[in-house]
Structures are given as C-alpha cells and as structure tokens.
Ligand binder design. Structure first.
Ligand code: UDP
Length: 253
C-alpha cells in the first residue's frame, strides 16, 4: 500500500492528503503546547478527545447551516475535511474577560463583557501571533472587506451555537478561537469554519464552580487535562458515563 503524503505537521495535528482531490485527513496528536510552544508535553488520549469533540461541534454547526470544512470522522484520531486555503488570522470571540485580554486591559478574569468582543490575531508562530486590527488586515490584503463581513457573521453564529450547547451542559463559554478557510466551488468561493473547535481552543468553565475544563488546566498546571476534556465529552454525551474510552458522538451513527 502506498504511504500517504504528509502535507503539514502542526503543534497538535498532522495533515495528510485525503483519498480524493480536495480532501485532507486531519490526524489529532496527543501533543500539548502552550505559550507559543515554550511549554510542551504529551498527554495520552488528548487527540482522541479533541477529534471526537471537534466532530461534535463541527457536525452541529453543519446541521444548523454554518458551513465548516468537516466531512466525516474516519477513526478515533482522524477526520476527513475539505481542503481549504486558510486565511492567516486567528479569530477570537470573547464573552467574558480572561487570558491575554484580562492581562492587557486589567479586567478580572470571569468578568462578563457588555457584548461579545471579536479580536483578530495574525497567524505567525515566529511573531507569536500578534493582535492586529482590521486596518492591518485590509492594508496587507489578508482578507477583503467582504471576507471580513462573512468572518464576523460566522464568528458570531459559532459563538451563539457554542454558548448554547455549552450552557445546556452547565458550562460557560468564556472565549474561543476559530480559523477560517476559503473553499472554491467552481467559479465561486466561500468561507467555512476550519481547523478544529475543541477545549484546546476554547475556555470552558463549569457554571456553578468556575472549574476550568479547557487548556488552561495544562497552561496553568491545574490538574489532569484528560480528566477535564473527558468531563466535557461526558456531559455532551460524546463519551458514556464511566467509560474509559470515548465512543462515537450521538450526532452521527
Ligand atoms: N487560543 C488558541 N490558540 C492560540 C491563542 C489563543 O486556541 O494560539 C484560544 C485560547 O484557548 C482562548 C482564546 O483563544 O480560548 C483567547 O486566548 P487569549 O488571547 O486569552 O490567549 P492566551 O491567554 O491563551 O495566551
């Protein structure tokens, strides 16, 4: 059997050429990194949990008409996605102050914001993903004005969906990051939610206790990351009660 072609190896995922043109296989690794990869570890089971959770969120988005690159999950660590051109932005949506925003503006973590705040970071590891404004995006041609309108609309729809889903299982969506891809359908191009949506890219706090159920557990050494992610998966029904291994999400059969 021919060895499949690796397209790209990132910090948490490896991308391989998919079985058909225009498709890609995303392999979720167990590697955890933080602070621009200054802190790193291998956390057994993280890749499996993120694969299942990202599938759950992307399927949900597809089902309510928010386009994503997700096609189907292939196995416990891999999913098939549409190939797309990634716009070099990290789009962050914040509902409560936390992390870099709390530090930058001196707002206590957990303070509810008057409305969702969208921020853009330029995707460049060497530069440490700097915060940018729409002026930079327009001036350097990273996205058009139409793209920016579409990105804002996608980001707010993802926020409403994710906030609602998480609220339903007693979790507060503090903030999250998404990436946006450009796909071509004949002469037309459209934007889709790409990459992954998982506790690696969201801040998730238990509504009653404020316990952190996201990557801050790793960033701040707050305990077991797999326990935290498993708790999110268990609440969403992506993992059955008391099971050691996650099973298929309920959204697909
Ligand atoms: N985030 C991410 N990847 C990054 C930077 C941030 O997924 O490279 C997510 C992070 O998990 C959080 C949100 O984006 O949910 C906002 O992160 P913040 O700007 O507060 O940065 P941090 O404090 O994580 O450095």
């Amino acid at each position: 059997m021919a060895r499949r072609k690796k397209i790209y190896e990132g910090k948490a995922k490896t991308l391989y050429e998919g079985p058909e043109p225009g498709t890609i296989v995303q392999y979720f690794k167990d590697d955890a990194t933080a602070f621009n990869a200054e802190k790193r570890d291998v956390i057994e089971g993280k890749g499996v949990l993120n694969n299942l959770l990202s599938e759950y969120f992307m399927m949900g988005l597809n089902n309510i008409g928010v386009p994503t690159h997700f096609l189907k999950r292939l196995n416990m660590r891999e999913q098939l996605v549409r190939a797309c051109e990634i716009i070099p932005l990290e789009v962050v949506v914040r509902n409560y102050a936390a992390g870099s925003m709390s530090k930058r503006l001196g707002i206590e973590e957990g303070t509810q914001l008057p409305r969702p705040i969208i921020e853009y970071y330029y995707k460049d590891d060497k530069l440490g993903d700097p915060l940018i404004t729409e002026e930079h995006i327009a001036a350097f041609g990273w996205a058009s004005q139409q793209d920016m309108d579409d990105i804002l609309s996608l980001a707010l729809r993802v926020n409403d969906f994710m906030s609602g889903v998480m609220f339903g299982v007693g979790i507060r969506l503090i903030d999250f990051k998404i990436e946006i891809g450009r796909v071509y359908d004949g002469d037309f191009q459209r934007l889709v939610v790409a990459d992954e949506i998982s506790p690696d890219s969201c801040r998730l706090w238990d509504i009653e206790t404020n316990q952190k159920l996201d990557k801050d557990v790793f960033r701040r050494d707050l305990g077991s990351l797999t326990d935290a992610y498993s708790e999110v998966a268990r609440r969403l029904g992506v993992m059955p009660k008391n099971a050691a291994t996650p099973i298929k999400p309920t959204l697909i059969n």
